[in-house]
Design a protein around this ligand. Structure first.
Ligand SMILES: [Zn+2]
Length: 163
């Protein structure tokens, strides 16, 4: 009952695989991608963007490992579609130009994920509802997708915070 998919992960300057927290809301629609730990908790980003065009764009670069969770939320007039994926495998670095037009030297990771929760048509499907902890991350993804011209991360942990 699992649907596999591959997400392209970027490489941090130190060579780790990472995924951007990205997105925000428009007038009637919106979408967001957020990253969480296996339990749905906030992770520490390596970078938070403060310059350039920030509205509904990439906000925080979050290193990921196998077991972490990536949440995609998308809405139209607050009618949400939500996909929660668990990272199953991360490839060795590969050249992005092997599969899309890209500068020759850009290295990326292929991140294989399985869908673990899916919300559409107003309800969670038979994979079941996320746990309370995971639901907090899902709610953060929804809030980000509703956050008009979002300019900041919604689900990241500050280095000094306790877990
Ligand atoms: Zn926001």
């Amino acid at each position: 009952m699992q649907e596999a998919r591959v997400i392209i992960g970027v490489m941090t300057n130190s060579g780790e695989p990472a995924i951007w927290e990205t997105g925000g809301g428009y007038t009637k629609t919106g979408k967001a991608v957020i990253v969480a730990s296996a339990e749905g908790r906030k992770k520490v980003p390596v970078y938070i963007r403060k310059r350039g065009r920030l509205a509904n764009s990439d906000h925080a670069l979050i290193p990921v490992k196998v077991g972490d969770v990536v949440i995609f939320a998308d809405h139209h007039n607050e009618d949400f579609c939500i996909e929660v994926f668990k990272i199953k495998k991360i490839s060795d670095p590969i050249l992005k130009s092997q599969f899309v037009v890209s500068p020759d030297t850009e290295l990326v990771f292929l991140i294989s994920v399985d869908k673990i929760h899916f919300f559409d048509f107003g309800q969670w499907d038979k994979r079941g509802e996320p746990s309370n902890t995971m639901m907090a991350a899902v709610n953060a993804a929804k809030e980000k997708a509703l956050c008009y011209h979002c300019r900041e991360p919604h689900w990241v942990r500050k280095e000094e915070d306790h877990v």
